[in-house]
Design a protein around this ligand. Structure first.
Ligand code: ADP
Ligand code: MG
Length: 699
């Protein structure tokens, strides 16, 4: 980085030491370089000035011009707001501020003409503008940008100190128009020409101060491409390195166990997707390259049997396998399912969990080391240091999003040779996120449900339908079906939720009295043994209704359950709702998901519930979730670094990400060490990038 761009921001005219400290704290801006990479979150076309009478709530950010009057503070202390009026020859617009009153009020002059920028909103039938940006139309520095103007993020604390988007714009303008501003190219000439990307310096100038929409779009494309390219380069290099470093265990044969199971004991025909994924796994492991594969399959798509058959493949080659699940309930269920499927076969399957008695644990540890266990199923207990396999060949992690990155890594270290790793997830991840979060893994997708499944019907109901809903549940129970009723359990209000759950349970018990009906309850505060007892009663069909919190969310499989009732459904996130709904629809009968919601809901909650009613496709739901919440809120993203994206947007830039990944792969194919002269820029930037980015090693 050249000396000019390394200049600390306090030396910028108008910043100084105390504002510099604030900018460091609020936005992690330390140098001119950081300011340059503080990209606008939006551009506003300032060439058009709307008439106030033209404003409608469905317009994007617009500007109007008029005389300001009637500036006043309204409301009581906590609910105070600042209100003003702007008048042009077509009408009067109300302007509202809920925050930063004092600083704004002091700076406003009644009787002056202002340009107001903002998003028109509808409130009580009239149009207003909340938190508009006000400019003096005669201000020369504003006039200069009266074409397309960049808008920069500023926090409330910054605004309180007079630092708004316009001020930041002036600073960045000072940088890019300085004669000393120089920045080297980070991509190779070949990539620039293949993808027709503008140069780096020009793109940076253009993205802050665009001359026209087309050049702006090209500049944004280039900067996003660059950002994705270096992330992908890093991930793909892990993959190359791993393949160079480790010889995987060669699992060459398909032997007796696999074949016997497939020919005699598999209780159904595999779906096409299951077969394809098994082939993909097989292609990996027979080569002697260590497999790292993510299997994505919607709830109920039949991942367990794919896991089991992979473990049998491993056993046929003389190696042990393990399968790790996030909860004891799930581990137990896998254990029982697999034991049951293998009951006629001489395969030694064991279960190891935190709650396994110490004596039993010791026996298992010993048997493992002696090679007397073929398949070990369990929870986090599998990665304790006392657990040593004789020859672990395959490690399977189910419902991985509950496992941290390091926990996965620990599975790896269990062996002289790293085992093949299969990560299974029922949380469909949009393609962009998968490429970024698991870019160093290969992916397989089970995108087909077993035959004969009827799509789950999803219904939206509220308290006024409650009696009808109960009537419906009774009817289902009479047909021999079972029912889940789930209550939210959210950390902050755990007490309240617990009360709701218990009250719910009591009213259900009244509504569904013994001995005709049997009701189970399951929640996080119960002892493991009690939980298991209740769960098992439900699995065996001894209880009709399972009242529970989201502890049942992941993985549990009771094919006879046909109705999932979700109370206060508006409180759940989309992927959680989808997971919960996935608990039913596992048998051949028509299943239902009933979303009980309050009358009052936020717009986002409405959209979530609407999405649930409209589709059962997990990938569509994941895409909707990503759009609604942004990648930061999705599980598993927090520690990954995807939040640090400066310009790329995982919910929109799928195509650019795909191209960047392709380009990175091509570079590594021809020059894995980045030694060629044409890759000099890439090499240099890659080193810089790796020093600064907060990326943890994935998998
Ligand atoms: P998940 O992918 O959610 O882990 P499971 O492996 O628990 O799904 O499978 C869900 C249900 O579907 C189980 O009852 C399982 O026995 C059944 N199943 C799996 N594959 C098939 C298939 N090919 N045909 C019919 N039923 C299947
Ligand atoms: Mg499962």
């Amino acid at each position: 980085m050249n000396a000019f761009l390394s200049t600390p921001i306090e030396y910028m005219k108008g910043i100084g030491p105390s504002r510099a400290e604030l900018l460091q704290k609020e936005l992690q801006l330390f140098t001119f370089h950081d300011l340059l990479f503080h990209f606008p979150y939006r551009h506003i076309d300032r060439s058009k000035i709307y008439k106030i009478a033209e404003l409608r709530a469905d317009l994007p950010y617009v500007q109007v011009k008029g005389i300001l009057s009637n500036v006043r503070t309204l409301g009581t202390k906590s609910g105070q707001r600042l209100v003003a009026e702007l008048k042009d020859d077509s009408g009067i617009l109300e302007l509202v501020w809920f925050q930063g009153h004092k600083w704004i009020k002091d700076s406003l002059k009644s009787g002056m003409i202002y340009l107001a920028f903002g998003k028109p909103n509808e409130f009580n039938g009239t149009i207003n503008m909340v938190h508009p940006n006000l400019d003096d139309p005669e201000d020369l520095s504003v006039k200069k940008y009266l074409h397309i103007m960049p808008m920069y993020n500023c926090t409330e604390k910054m605004k309180a100190r007079g630092i708004d988007s316009k001020v930041i714009m002036k600073w960045i303008h000072a940088i890019v128009s300085d004669a000393r501003f120089e920045i080297s190219e980070s991509l190779s000439p070949q990539i620039l020409s293949t993808y027709q990307l503008p140069g780096r310096k020009a793109s940076l100038q253009m993205v802050h101060f665009p001359t026209d929409p087309k050049s702006l779009a090209l500049a944004e494309f280039r900067l996003k491409f660059e950002e994705f390219f270096f992330i992908q380069l890093k991930l793909l290099r892990y993959k190359v390195k791993r393949h160079q470093l480790f010889n995987g265990i060669k699992l060459e044969t398909i032997g007796k166990n696999f074949n016997d199971f497939y020919n005699h004991f598999l209780p159904f025909e595999l779906t096409g997707a299951q077969k394809r994924v098994l082939k993909e796994i097989r292609a990996d492991v027979k080569q002697g390259i260590q497999m790292n594969r993510l299997v994505q399959g919607d709830v109920g798509s039949g991942k367990t049997v794919v896991a089991l058959m992979s473990m049998l493949m491993t056993l046929d080659n003389g190696y042990q396998s393990c399968m790790m699940a996030p909860t004891e309930i799930l581990a137990t269920q896998h254990y029982e399912t697999i034991r049951n499927l293998l009951k006629e076969m001489p395969v030694r399957v064991h279960l190891l969990m935190g709650s396994t008695p110490t004596r039993e644990k010791k026996k298992i540890y010993q048997a493992l080391e002696m090679g007397e266990v073929d398949i070990l199923i369990g929870t986090h207990a599998l990665i304790e240091s006392k657990v040593n396999f004789q020859n672990l060949g395959m490690a399977i992690v189910d419902e991985q999003h509950r496992f941290g990155v390091e926990q996965r890594a620990r599975l790896w270290q269990k062996n002289k040779f790293p085992p093949h790793v299969l990560v299974m997830t029922a949380t469909p991840i949009p393609r962009t996120l998968a490429m970024t979060l698991y870019g160093d893994l290969d992916t397989s997708v089970i995108d087909e449900l077993p035959k004969g499944r009827k799509p789950i019907q999803t219904l939206l109901r509220n308290d006024s339908n409650r009696l009808a809903v109960y009537g419906f549940l009774k009817n289902e129970i009479q047909k021999g079906r079972q029912i889940y009723i789930v209550y939210p359990l959210i950390e902050e209000s755990e007490k309240l939720d617990y009360k709701n759950l218990v009250e719910g349970y009591e009213s259900i018990c009244k509504e569904f009295p013994e001995p005709t009906f049997q009701v189970s309850i399951l929640h996080g505060r119960m002892k493991t043994a009690d939980k298991e007892f209740e769960m098992n009663r439900f699995i065996r069909g001894e209880t009709h209704i399972m009242v529970a919190t989201t502890v049942i969310e992941v993985g549990v499989n009771v094919p006879n359950a046909s109705v999932m009732v979700i109370e206060s459904a508006q409180k759940f996130g989309l992927s959680q709702l989808h997971q919960l709904r996935g608990r039913v629809g596992r048998g051949a009968d028509q299943s239902y998901c009933i979303l009980m919601s309050d009358f009052k809901q936020s717009n986002e909650a409405k959209l979530r519930l609407k999405t649930m009613v409209e589709t059962t496709d997990g990938f569509k739901i994941a895409e909707a979730d990503l759009k609604l919440r942004g990648p930061g809120e999705l599980e598993g993203t927090a520690q990954s670094g995807v939040l640090d994206l400066k310009i790329g947007d995982l919910s929109k830039d799928t195509a650019i990400l795909g191209l960047a990944r392709e380009a990175a792969q091509k570079v590594l194919d021809t020059d894995p060490e980045l030694k060629k002269a044409e890759h000099e820029g890439i090499m240099r930037y890659d080193a810089l990038y790796r020093k600064t980015a907060k990326w943890g090693r994935i998998s």
